[in-house]
Design a protein around this ligand. Structure first.
Ligand code: 6PG
Length: 243
């Protein structure tokens, strides 16, 4: 099987979001199972996607089958402005009246290790396994300008090989604690989609895509699903250095 990732380049962040939303509508309606498990990314890139889904696709997607998780979460209260859950709730979950019992958040308000154990229990309870690891149907990821993804940062590459489903990570600059899915879970998904936009990502994109420079030092490079499909959804600014 050709494991070359698919790459979709759109004009800007808004068009990446709209094109991905259209892809997501098609993909979600093709899922035959009774439950679709999805881990969402945080940060700023997905905000436009969540708004597009809420405003234009509220009636077109089988939300009743979907269970939302996050690829990572900041260890803050769910009402805190840093919370990926709060951002998603505001921009997507509340506008579409998404069922609360299908939302599985990291309890950022409690001790990080306890939150990681709780999140692992939620994942084991709701996900099918593939080769003894939980297998998300879809994981949406972002990438930082340092090449991190989820909350696996370059200074914690060991999280790519961790034997845990999720683990406590630390932001290299702020020291903020995060709970992140680990590399083996990310690479066990049936479908992984990176959404990466903006000029600040262009160096890492060209190094990762061309396997040049320090590409092996970037966690995002190491996300290549073992059995699943990988696609990158980027804008022209992030693709600026690609030939
Ligand atoms: C987070 C994200 C993180 C994010 C990247 C890119 O919690 O911050 O999950 O992995 O996807 O940092 O962030 P931007 O989309 O803001 O560039």
């Amino acid at each position: 099987m050709d494991d070359t990732p698919l790459v979709f380049v759109s004009v800007d962040n808004q068009s990446v979001a709209e094109n991905f939303a259209e892809w997501f509508k098609t993909w979600s309606n093709k899922q035959s199972g009774a439950r679709i498990t999805i881990a969402l990314s945080g940060g700023s890139t997905p905000k436009v996607l969540f708004q597009a889904l809420a405003e234009k696709y509220a009636e077109d997607i089988p939300w009743h089958k979907i269970h939302f998780f996050w690829g990572d979460e900041r260890c803050v209260a769910p009402t805190h402005d840093d919370s990926n859950y709060k951002m998603t709730k505001t921009l997507l979950l509340d506008p579409i009246n998404f069922p609360e019992n299908q939302v599985h958040r990291v309890k950022g308000e409690i001790d990080p290790e306890v939150a990681a154990e709780d999140y692992e229990r939620q994942i084991r309870l709701h996900l099918e396994e593939k080769e003894a690891w939980p297998a998300f149907d879809l994981i949406i990821l972002g990438m930082g300008s340092d090449g991190h993804t989820a909350s696996i940062f370059p200074h914690q590459m060991e999280l790519l090989e961790s034997d845990r489903i999720c683990a406590v990570a630390t932001h290299p600059d702020s020291g903020q604690k995060r709970v992140s899915l680990t590399g083996k879970v990310l690479n066990n998904a049936h479908q992984v989609c990176f959404l990466v936009t903006g000029d600040s990502k262009k160096e890492k994109i060209v190094e990762i895509f061309n396997e040049q420079g320090q590409y092996q030092a970037y966690p995002a490079f190491h996300i290549r699903p073992v059995h699943g499909a990988l696609s990158w959804h980027i804008d022209k600014a992030a693709a600026a250095l690609l030939k």
